[in-house]
Write a protein that binds this ligand. Structure first.
Ligand SMILES: Cc1cc2nc3c(=O)[nH]c(=O)nc-3n(C[C@H](O)[C@H](O)[C@H](O)COP(=O)(O)O)c2cc1C
Length: 193
């Protein structure tokens, strides 16, 4: 299986990537793992022309946004992680996802019905890290908002969301807590079953 890690954190040694790596550690070597680091890419924002719907390709001059389309389409499993920024995902991750609308869903022939999810039944996991401590971290203005934003994308794609991990109180930590490592381990194992 192709397992894709879509990362929205700029910090390579940060908590979002740290938790995603705990999931990756559980993946059997028979699977193919690929990472996309949204901050390493050069991607122009979506212009909302919606020509990608009929054309199945973005009209913007070729950039890294185009290259990601096929990776999302062909992945069997998707892990999306983002730091919580103002209760939402990070800007570069949002831009990358918007640019790849048709990698997640397709419009029906008439153009009038609900979009068709392209990844029905594929497994997915959501990860976020935030500074707010529990229980404030659970507010929609904090990590919950980030997870909701990721969930909207995954649900549009029809993914089966196995679970989510929130590492809260990040500012007062210096390592990933054991219970979060355990959650990541379980989800990593479940991904492959
Ligand atoms: C622009 C910005 C906005 C942020 N907004 C929030 C927030 O709304 N709630 C929160 O708890 N932490 C917020 N934080 C803190 C980050 O979520 C926190 O540093 C997190 O650990 C970053 O993840 P990382 O370790 O993967 O980089 C914000 C940080 C930045 C830079």
């Amino acid at each position: 299986m192709k397992i894709l890690f879509l990362n929205g954190s700029p910090r390579k040694n940060g908590y979002t990537i740290g938790v995603m790596k705990c999931i990756e550690k559980e993946i059997d070597s028979k699977h193919t793992v690929e990472w996309i680091h949204s901050y390493d890419l050069s991607v122009k924002p979506c212009l909302s022309c919606l020509q990608c719907r009929p054309n199945k390709s973005c009209i913007l001059p070729k950039d890294d946004g185009h290259n990601v389309w096929d990776k999302i389409r062909s992945a069997d499993i998707l892990i999306i992680g983002s730091p919580t920024y103002f209760g939402n995902i990070s800007g570069p991750l949002k831009i990358l996802i918007d640019r790849n609308l048709t990698a997640f869903e397709e419009i029906a022939a008439s153009g009038l019905e609900m979009p068709i999810p392209l990844h029905k039944g594929k497994k997915a996991i959501m990860v976020t890290a935030c500074n707010a401590p529990f229980p404030i971290s659970q507010l929609p203005t904090q990590s919950k908002g980030t997870l909701q934003a990721i969930e909207i994308v995954l649900k549009a794609g029809g993914y089966n969301i196995l679970g989510s991990i929130t590492l809260d109180g990040a500012a007062s930590r210096n390592e990933i807590p054991l219970e979060i490592q355990e959650q990541a381990k379980m989800l990593g194992i479940n991904l492959q079953s």
